[in-house]
Ligand binder design. Sequence first.
Ligand code: GDP
Length: 317
Amino acid sequence: MGFFDKISQGLKKTRDAIVGQVAAAFQPGRALTDDDYDALEEALLRADVGPQATDRLLAAVRTTLKDSSYKGTPAEALQNAVEFLLADASRAAASRAAALRAGVAPAAGPPPKPFVTLVVGVNGTGKTTTIAKLANHYRREGESVLLVACDTFRAAAADQLEVWAKRAGVEIHRQAEGADPASVAFDGIARAKARGVDRVLVDTAGRLHVKANLMAELEKIRRVIGKAEPGAPHETLLVLDATMGQNSLAQAREFDKALALSGLALTKLDGTAKGGVVLAIAETLKLSILWVGVGEGMDDLIPFDAAEYARGLVGAR
Ligand code: GDP
């Protein structure tokens, strides 16, 4: 199954919740009434698109349909508006990332080796599974991958990561339960460098007793990774559970404040009718969605594509 079919299938519940509600109004050639716009607004809000992104989409659709030279359907107008909103957010995210990088590392040149990704997120969001899926993805692209298990608070976390590492056919660096997470990260990077590994994925804890401690711990891990390999981590990825709706927005805001995220992996899009949260996140936080999870299998992580998401969400063409 291709990426588009997977994302389209993953978005089915959300698509039904939005387009299913306004199907009659979306007949080609029919002008939208105020009641139609109200129904669309309600459907978008129910799918967790959020007030800000909903207002923007409605305004864009209205403007498009008012233009007498417009030859498309209302559904196409919505789909274009969705794609535009996402493209806009990822442009904003890219320029922010470039500003952060300025003076730190050269923008061009060969990719850093090892390329280090720090993966963060609250427990239960799908962090372990997502790391496994990423490992699998990069290994298939011919890269050597090392997982580093920095959640030393729970032995089960490293055990589970090890099971996934085997399944993905990649190596794992782990130390005893209770070891200092930052020193595990340091040793893991050193091992990757010694062996000439292409890519390192660092798993981290998703819960401590006090939230401020978690952020402080993650910042420390990040600092120490930079000592082990100047310029690293090259990417800080937040794993978010799409079924958590607006709650995941709050999580994204908090992690971004502490760690200046590179982008997001949004999991469990397949299990929810609230997949519109992608738009809420893009519009309000201007964060890039880099990956979406659409199932529990190793292949069920897809590189995010704004046009495919828009088409999967609306299904106009
Ligand atoms: P962690 O605690 O954040 O490491 O979460 P896990 O990786 O253990 O995942 C928690 C649960 O979510 C597991 O049952 C996973 O199979 C499931 N899961 C993760 N990603 C997805 C996804 O994209 N779709 C679905 N349907 N389930 C997922």
